[in-house]
Structures are given as structure tokens and as C-alpha cells.
Design a protein. Sequence first.
Length: 146
Amino acid sequence: MQVAALQNGTVIDHIPSSKLFQVVNLLHLDKEDTSVTIGFNLKSEKMGSKSIIKIADKFFSDEELNQLSVIAPNVTLCIIHDYEVVEKKKVQMPQELTGVIRCPNPKCITNNEPMPTHFHVLDKENGILQCHYCNREVTLEQVKLI
């Protein structure tokens, strides 16, 4: 199988295959009007299996891509211009996450009013977050994407 080289755009590599569709939803790739190529369950020496996404003519902000760290903390991003990789980087968890995950506290205002959630990252290494509104602490394993 051959996939055409990407002239301009973004490649998201080293996605755990179990997280691929969460990444697609988080980045709203189903709404893109450009070419999106998805490789699922590809063989990887480091990971066993991995997934990859190529998005033509699309460049994400650091904030958008860093939100990936919630579900896929070790992905690699490649920015492509004129068929060449001009930048390669790993995602970094931001200090704050807005509108990405739900607060598990049923009494939190974000679950009872139409407003975006807002979490502060207390501990990046252990994935501990705190809701800005109700102060509930959660781990990345406990969170659900919006």
C-alpha cells in the first residue's frame, strides 16, 4: 500500500492505536475539507503497533496539539512544507486545559451551566489536574473527553 507524500501539512505519528479515534474526535478531523490520511494498527518496533494521521494543508496551534497530551502523551508532530519536514516536536502538556475534558463532579457548575470546563495541571508527570471551578482533583486515567 502506498500513500502519497504530503506537500504541506501536519503528520501526527506514534499515536497508540487504542487512542486513534479519540485523537480524530479531539481535533475534529471529521469536519476537515482537506485530505486526511489515517494509518491504523501499523507495525512499530518501539510500540508494537501505532497509528498515524496525515492532514494536508492544515497546521494546528500549539494549544490545540498540546491538548493531545491528555489522551496520547508521546505523539510526535511533523510540520511539512514543500515535501520536507521543517519542524519535528513532541506534544507537551499545557498548564491549563479548557473545553477538553469533563469535570467528574456532578455538582460542578460546568455540568449544570453552558460553560466550558477549565482545568489546571498540578502535576504533569503523574497527570494530576484540578478543576478551576470546584477544585476537584482528577488523574488523566479518570477524565473523559468532551
